[in-house]
Design a protein around this ligand. Structure first.
Ligand SMILES: C[S@@+](CC[C@H](N)C(=O)[O-])C[C@H]1O[C@@H](n2cnc3c(N)ncnc32)[C@H](O)[C@@H]1O
Length: 218
């Protein structure tokens, strides 16, 4: 998905991926990572997810990257925050209350800006990208996260021929192929969520699982 696709989505407010509360599977599994308060967590392709506010409320420092200025403005407005803004080679940084959100391209981030990320939280990010971009995303962006970084990755699995992405179906075998070279992967939970997703049913999808992985950078 090219930037124009996402800018149009935000302009039209076609943001069905956005949730009005933090991701329940984040709340359920985050503590199992053992990330101490004060550490930094990377939230790629962040949108205006309330997961960032929840992570900050746990005492973590959040670093998000998002293409859309609209998304970023809406996120800080939803929190009643007026961020301080500065520019760097990565984009426009917005900083308030332990949350730093860069308006820029995730693929332009480097090891320097990601150096102190002890954790990563990936929901609706990997699965927002078509197959060739998923390879770039993992082999370039995730590869710039430091050793010992830990994270949660949440995917969807459904018969891809029944619906066009995004979100795309990313099966466990692909997760293992994408991450296996540099990350240890543990499947924490697999849940059938078809009944809770009427929009998928309306599009003719006949099976839908969400899967939570723990990732450990070697
Ligand atoms: C499906 S949304 C998910 C947002 C968020 N993770 C959530 O759970 O609500 C994907 C987001 O990634 C952003 N995005 C797509 N490509 C990007 C890129 N190369 N760099 C930064 N953000 C990007 C889009 O603008 C969009 O807001």
């Amino acid at each position: 998905m090219e930037p124009d696709f996402w800018h149009q989505r935000w302009h039209d407010q076609q943001i069905g991926f956005h949730q009005d509360k933090p991701t329940p599977l984040l709340l359920k599994h985050w503590d199992s990572l053992g990330i101490s308060p004060g550490n930094r967590v990377f939230v790629p392709l962040a949108g205006k997810t309330l997961d960032m506010a929840w992570l900050a409320a746990q005492g973590l420092r959040v670093l998000g990257i998002e293409l859309s200025q609209l998304a970023i403005d809406q996120f800080f407005a939803s929190q009643g925050l007026s961020p301080e803004v500065h520019q760097s080679r990565y984009g426009r940084h917005h900083v308030a209350d332990g949350i730093e959100l860069i308006c820029g391209d995730a693929f332009a981030l480097d090891e320097t800006v990601l150096a102190d990320c002890a954790a990563v939280f990936d929901r609706a990010a990997l699965i927002a990208l078509p197959p060739p971009m998923r390879q770039r995303y993992v082999h370039e962006l995730y590869a710039r996260l430091p050793a010992n970084c830990r994270g949660l990755l949440i995917t969807l699995e459904y018969p891809q021929h029944e619906k066009n992405g995004p979100p795309f179906c990313v099966r466990e075998q692909e997760v293992r192929e994408l991450f296996g070279r540099e990350w240890d992967i543990a499947t924490l939970e697999r849940r059938d969520i078809l009944e809770q997703q009427p929009a998928f049913i309306a599009e003719g999808v006949t099976a839908l699982d969400t899967v939570v992985y723990r990732l450990d950078r070697r």
